[in-house]
Write a protein that binds this ligand. Structure first.
Ligand code: NAD
Ligand code: DAU
Length: 351
């Protein structure tokens, strides 16, 4: 089996569902169920014996040691993190704890366990670290997209904490020989994304006739990738990536935020017209995010060349699927927004 951390969050849940659909290999899913972790995302697996869910913290070394010894995963895919830039600005402490201390604890547990394996198992073992393009900092309008060799220039507490974890992962390979793989992906969108992030927030607000808040002038550029394509890229890296290497993952799809918001408004107007008029009327420019990175763009040629991965979705197909998913999953959104899913977890797991 494989051990996935953070598999109840947005990308982790998409990864676990896709993994079990495509490969069938069992998954041990370790997640602390922070505000961003949601077992509703994994509801389709409730009676699936191939999915073992453990409610726990990657900072808990004793738990990690026990899980590794009991379940003997052949690989660890490490998603668990605090992931929202705005929250890192208001409270960086949780980001330092989970993204740095948690990754360190996981690396230490993995190192000790890996060292105890017989040679064939040790050779086959992989630790895949899921990082972000934000560690490279911000690009100017005419700069070349981020290659894997780009200097680290993190600008937010979130990206700084991810950068710190990347450096630890690299060091564990160079110093101890731990067979690590690292990925740096651009902005994801798709089903199960918590509605604090731009795309689900705009869909949710637009459906409720609320303002659509755009930071600054709305011309910050991100390179958007459908989450299913990110998961496929991670599977490709895990299956064929050379140990100790890093791969940038992106959709060749740079768009300014304002264009994203307009595209969502147009799709909602088409799929669920608003009698009050076109949703673009709700667009509201608000105070900018402090230290807001201007542009991210990914040079994804290495993963294309070496592992044959390319995104299957264009932005047009991916955003249409995503908007349709949110329209079809109103109760999911309501439970997240109302906090009702947290009550369910309290009932299910207690304190
Ligand atoms: P998310 O916030 O939706 O999910 C994070 C998950 O980690 C949640 O289920 C949460 O409960 C769990 N978690 C948090 N702290 C934990 C801890 N101490 N122990 C165990 N579990 C814990 O995040 P996401 O958007 O799915 O991102 C997943 C990973 O991918 C992160 O490492 C993020 O940095 C990276 N990433 C995200 C994007 C993106 O666009 N969302 C892009 C590139 C990389
Ligand atoms: O690039 C990868 C990163 O993408 C991941 O590592 C992060 O985990 C993920 O959260 C995401 O970070 P961003 O800060 O780019 O995503 P967010 O959805 O918060 O914002 C996208 C852009 O939209 C950004 O330029 C800020 C802007 N924005 C965001 C919100 C929430 C707004 O204009 N208004 C908003 O209300």
């Amino acid at each position: 089996m494989i051990l996935v951390t953070g598999g109840a969050g947005f990308i982790g849940a998409n990864f676990v569902l896709g993994w079990l659909r495509d490969s069938g290999e069992p998954v041990l899913n370790l997640d602390m169920l922070t505000y961003a972790g949601n077992l509703d995302n994994l509801a389709d697996l409730r009676s699936d014996g191939r999915h073992v869910f453990v409610h726990g913290d990657i900072c808990d070394r004793a738990l990690l040691d026990r899980l590794l010894t009991e379940h003997r995963p052949r690989a660890i895919v490490h998603f668990a993190a605090e992931s929202h830039v705005d929250r890192s600005i208001h409270g960086p402490g949780d980001f330092v704890r989970t993204n740095i201390e948690g990754s360190f604890t996981l690396l230490e547990a993995a190192r000790a366990w890996w060292a105890s394996l017989a040679e064939a198992e040790r050779e086959a073992f992989r630790f895949l670290h899921v990082s972000t393009d934000e560690v490279y900092g911000s690009l100017g309008a005419t700069d070349a997209p981020f290659a894997e060799t780009h200097a680290y220039q993190p600008n937010s507490p979130y990206s700084a904490s991810k950068a710190a974890s990347d450096h630890l992962v690299r060091a564990y390979h160079h110093t101890y020989g731990l067979p690590v793989l690292s990925t740096h992906c651009s902005n994801n969108y798709g089903p199960f994304q918590f509605p604090e992030k731009l795309i689900p927030l705009v869909i949710n607000n637009a459906l409720q006739g609320k303002d659509l808040p755009i930071y600054g002038d709305g011309m910050n550029v991100r390179d958007w990738l459908y989450v299913g394509d990110h998961c496929a890229a991670i599977r490709a890296v895990l299956a064929g990536g050379r140990v100790g290497e890093t791969w940038n993952i992106g959709g060749w799809n740079e768009m300014p935020n304002l264009a994203i918001v307009r595209a969502i408004c147009a799709l909602l107007d088409e799929l669920r017209p608003d009698p009050a008029g076109p949703r673009e009327r709700l667009i509201t420019f608000v105070k900018d995010r402090p230290g807001h990175d201007r542009r991210y763009a990914i040079d994804a040629r290495k993963i294309e060349r070496e592992l044959g991965w390319r995104p299957a979705e264009t932005f047009e197909t991916g955003i249409r699927k995503t908007v349709a998913w949110y329209l079809d999953h109103g109760p999911w959104v309501q439970r997240v927004v109302s906090g009702a899913y947290r009550e369910w977890m309290e009932r299910q797991y207690g304190r």
